[in-house]
Design a protein around this ligand. Structure first.
Ligand SMILES: [Zn+2]
Length: 190
C-alpha cells in the first residue's frame, strides 16, 4: 500500500487506493500530520471487500511537507511498533521497545528483562527487573545502586515517568521457549 522512493524519507502511500489516517490508539481521535499514532486505512478502489477505517495496529506517522522526488503522494514513516504492544501507565503511552532500547545502551545489562505492572491505592506502579552480568553483580553494593539510578534516570527522560529498576543476577528471569514474556500486568488483580 506504500513504497519508498529514492529520497528514503518515508513511504509514499498509494492514495488513489487507500485513505490513511493516524489516530490516538487510546481515544480513537484523529491526530495532526506528523504526530505518531495508529495507522487507520480505508480502501477507495475495492468494490467486493472494502475496508472502512480499518485499524492496522501499526504505529507510524504521516511525514509532513513535499518529497524531493516530486511525487505528491503523502508519505508515512516506516512502521516500527504495534499499538497492541502499547502499555498505558499513569496515563502515559509506553512501549516495551522503548524500555528495551534504553537497557541495551547501558553497559553491564543483559537483554533479559521483565516489566511488572501493579496497582497500589489506585495508582499504577511499574517495576523493571533487569539481569546484569555476573561481574556487575559481584561488584560492591554501591555500584549496583548507581546503575539502578542511572537506568531509572535515563528511562524517565525517555518515557516521562519514573520507573523502579531492580537489577537481578544472571539467569533469574524465567526463560520461555520462543517469545519471552516481557510484560506481567497484575493491575486487573488488585
Ligand atoms: Zn519521494
Amino acid at each position: 500500500m506504500a513504497i519508498e522512493c529514492p529520497c528514503h524519507e518515508g513511504l509514499h502511500i498509494f492514495e488513489d487506493h487507500f485513505y490513511p489516517e493516524i489516530i490516538d490508539p487510546d481515544s480513537g481521535r484523529v491526530l495532526p500530520e506528523g504526530q505518531e499514532g495508529e495507522l487507520v486505512l480505508t480502501t477507495l478502489s475495492k468494490w467486493a471487500m472494502p475496508m472502512i477505517r480499518y485499524r492496522t495496529r501499526d504505529i507510524t506517522a504521516l511525514v509532513p511537507g513535499a518529497c524531493g522526488c516530486g511525487r505528491s503522494l503523502r508519505r508515512m514513516r516506516r512502521i516500527g511498533r504495534r499499538s497492541d504492544d502499547m502499555l498505558i501507565i499513569r496515563g502515559v503511552n509506553v512501549y516495551p521497545s522503548q524500555i528495551e532500547a534504553v537497557l541495551l545502551e547501558v553497559e553491564g545489562t543483559l537483554p533479559h528483562y521483565q516489566i511488572i505492572l501493579t496497582r497500589e491505592h489506585g495508582l499504577d506502579q511499574v517495576e523493571v527487573q533487569v539481569e546484569v552480568t555476573a561481574q556487575v553483580f559481584s561488584d560492591r553494593v554501591g555500584a549496583l545502586e548507581a546503575l539502578e539510578e542511572r537506568l531509572a534516570d535515563t528511562l524517565e527522560r525517555v518515557l516521562g515517568i519514573r520507573i523502579a529498576i531492580t537489577l537481578v543476577e544472571p539467569q533469574t528471569i524465567q526463560r520461555s521457549e520462543g517469545k519471552a514474556k516481557r510484560v506481567i500486568d497484575k493491575r486487573g488483580q488488585t
